[in-house]
Design a protein around this ligand. Structure first.
Ligand SMILES: NC(=O)c1ccc[n+]([C@@H]2O[C@H](COP(=O)([O-])OP(=O)(O)OC[C@H]3O[C@@H](n4cnc5c(N)ncnc54)[C@H](OP(=O)(O)O)[C@@H]3O)[C@@H](O)[C@H]2O)c1
Length: 299
C-alpha cells in the first residue's frame, strides 16, 4: 500500500491523478476530508483524515503501508500562522511521520523536497527543509529525495504569483536585479520522475535527485516571457534585495495572502539550477521546455 501526504497540494493532485489513471488506488492523508473530496477522485483513492503534525492520526493512516510519498510541506510562499508554521510542519511533521513509519514497519519513504536545500540559520525555513531531509537519510528507512527547481504547469504557484503581480502592479520588481537563474520544470515531468522513482526502488534507494527543465532563465527573462504571454507591458524596476525583504515583511504583517514572504526571499539567494540534462540523464526522457509551454498553452 502506498500512502501519499500532501495529496491535495499542487504536485500531490497531479500525482494522484496519474497513479489513478494507471489503475492504482493510493491512500491519501488529508487534513480536511470535505475539502479533499473536492480536489481528489474520491471513488478511486482511499482518504484518511490526519495531519503529520498530529502524531495520533498517523498510526491508523500507516497500517499496511510499505511506501510513503511525503509531499506535505509548508512551502516558502505561504504565510505562517499559529499551528501552521514551517518548523512544526516541515521539521516536526516529518519527524512524526518517520517515527510512525518505523513503528508501523513502513519500508521506504520518498520525500519531495526542493532544489538548493542546504543548512541555514537555526529556525530558518531553509534549515527546516535541510533537517527534514537529514532526518529521513538517518531514519533507517529506505529513502529517495527529489529536489525539483521551480515548477510550471496549470496553477503552478511560482508562475501564478508572478502573473498576478504583472496583472496588479504598475511595475515589476526585479528582485536583486533579476539575475537569479531558474530552471523551470513542468509538473507533469516532476510527476513522471516521482513515478519512475516509485517503480525503481533498487536504483533510486539512498539517492538525491536534483531535477530541472531543459533551459535556464534569469528572473528578468521569466518576467519578459510572462509579460509577452499575458500581453502586458510593464516597466521593470531594480529592487535591491534588502529593500524587497523589508517589503515582504510588511506585506506578511498586513496581508492574509502576501504576494511575497520573507522565507521566499531565500529562493533569490542562489541560482535555482542544476545540470541541463538532469532528467534525461537520470530518468531517460526529455523534459518539456517552459518557452514552448508558454507559446502553446499560455500561462
Ligand atoms: N510547487 C513548486 O513550484 C515546487 C517546486 C519545488 C519543490 N516543491 C516541493 O514539493 C513539495 C510539494 O509542494 P506543492 O507545491 O505541491 O505544495 P502545496 O501545493 O502547498 O501543497 C502542500 C500539501 O501539504 C499538505 N499539508 C500541509 N501541512 C500538512 C500537515 N501538517 N499534515 C498533512 N498535510 C499537510 C497540504 O494540505 P491541505 O490541502 O490540507 O492544505 C497540501 O496537500 C514541497 O516540499 C515543495 O517545497 C514545490
Amino acid at each position: 500500500m502506498l500512502l501519499i501526504t500532501g495529496a491535495t497540494g499542487f504536485i500531490g493532485r497531479q500525482l494522484v491523478a496519474r497513479l489513478v489513471a494507471q489503475g492504482e488506488r493510493p491512500r491519501c492523508l488529508v487534513r480536511d476530508l470535505r475539502q479533499a473530496s473536492s480536489s481528489l477522485p474520491v471513488e478511486s483513492v482511499e482518504l484518511v483524515q490526519g495531519a503529520t503534525t498530529q502524531p495520533a492520526t498517523l498510526e491508523p493512516a500507516l497500517q499496511g503501508v510499505d511506501t510513503i510519498i511525503h509531499a506535505a510541506f509548508m512551502t516558502a510562499d505561504r504565510k505562517q500562522s499559529p499551528g501552521n508554521n514551517y518548523e512544526e510542519t516541515n521539521v516536526g511533521g516529518t519527524s512524526n511521520l518517520i517515527l510512525a513509519a518505523r513503528a508501523a514497519g513502513v519500508k521506504r519513504m520518498i520525500e519531495i523536497s526542493g532544489l538548493g536545500t542546504k543548512p541555514d540559520k537555526p529556525g530558518s525555513y531553509m534549515q527546516g527543509r535541510y533537517l527534514s531531509e537529514k532526518m529521513l537519510m538517518e531514519s533507517g528507512l529506505d529513502w529517495t529525495i527529489i529536489r525539483p527547481s521551480v515548477l510550471f504547469g496549470k496553477g503552478a504557484p511560482f508562475i501564478k504569483g508572478l502573473t498576478e503581480l504583472i496583472e496588479t502592479a504598475p511595475v515589476v520588481p526585479l528582485i536583486g536585479g533579476g539575475k537569479t537563474m531558474f530552471q523551470p520544470i513542468s509538473v507533469d515531468d516532476v510527476v513522471t520522475v516521482i513515478i519512475k522513482v516509485l517503480q525503481d526502488p533498487d536504483r533510486t534507494n539512498r539517492k538525491i535527485f536534483t531535477i530541472g527543465g531543459p533551459e535556464y532563465y534569469s528572473f528578468s527573462q521569466i518576467f519578459d516571457m510572462l509579460l509577452q504571454a499575458t500581453h502586458h507591458s510593464r516597466p521593470k524596476v531594480y529592487a535591491p534585495t534588502p529593500l524587497v525583504g523589508v517589503g515582504a515583511a510588511v506585506m506578511e504583517a498586513v496581508l492574509p495572502k502576501p504576494p511575497l514572504t520573507k522565507a521566499a526571499m531565500a529562493l533569490f539567494s542562489f541560482n535555482n539550477t542544476t545540470d541541463l540534462d538532469s532528467v534525461e540523464r537520470d530518468f531517460g526522457f526529455k523534459p518539456q521546455s517552459f518557452k514552448t509551454y508558454l507559446e502553446t498553452q499560455g500561462v
